[in-house]
Design a protein around this ligand. Structure first.
Ligand code: ADP
Length: 162
């Protein structure tokens, strides 16, 4: 296999997907023909949405936009990447505060799989303050997150008991 692959994998919790994530995917599509949004099936005991629901919401959000695929994975990201024959890991960089963590994980991924390459994109500045954690907190306290999350996520949140 050529080491150049047209697929970038965008891993994360996406609980829930918000417009900062969407912005990163849109930007990535100007560089890579295919972006796989990969939901980490982590052990968070109180998720808002199950991994399967998150995948569905990502699919609904990007329906009609070619080149975007949503799936979930468990275990090591690099194992998932190998299996998908993809070596580009896409991550968002909101601010300097993201840097240390991202740098640490990137170096670990590369230690685990020397072919892993990371691409960091920055969102439009209007999204830099967004995180899934903040969305969850605002929603749990009864706040309106319209305009911060894609419409399919907003609709799903409105149906969810708080
Ligand atoms: P969050 O940090 O929102 O809880 P995730 O763990 O799902 O979310 O994040 C997945 C990826 O998306 C990470 O690389 C993270 O830095 C990036 N990301 C999260 N929020 C934003 C944002 N507002 N703008 C750009 N990238 C973001």
């Amino acid at each position: 296999m050529s080491k150049k692959t047209p697929v970038a994998v965008y891993p994360g919790s996406f609980d829930p997907l918000h417009l900062g994530h969407v912005d990163i995917v849109r930007r990535a599509l100007t560089i890579f023909p295919n972006v796989v949004v990969a939901v980490l099936e982590n052990t968070d005991k109180l998720p808002l949405f199950s991994p399967a629901q998150r995948v569905e919401l990502i699919r609904d959000t990007f329906a009609g936009m070619s080149g975007v695929e949503a799936t979930s994975f468990s275990g090591l990201l690099v194992d998932f990447m190998r299996q998908r024959q993809a070596r580009i890991i896409l991550r968002g960089m909101r601010a300097v505060s993201d840097f240390e963590y991202e740098f640490q994980i990137a170096l670990m991924n590369r230690r685990l799989w020397v072919e892993a390459e990371h691409v960091f994109l920055t969102p439009n500045e209007e999204y830099t303050y967004l995180s899934s954690r903040v969305i969850r907190e605002v929603w749990r306290l009864g706040g309106d997150v319209t305009g911060l999350v894609p419409e399919p996520v907003n609709r799903a949140l409105k149906r969810l008991p708080r």
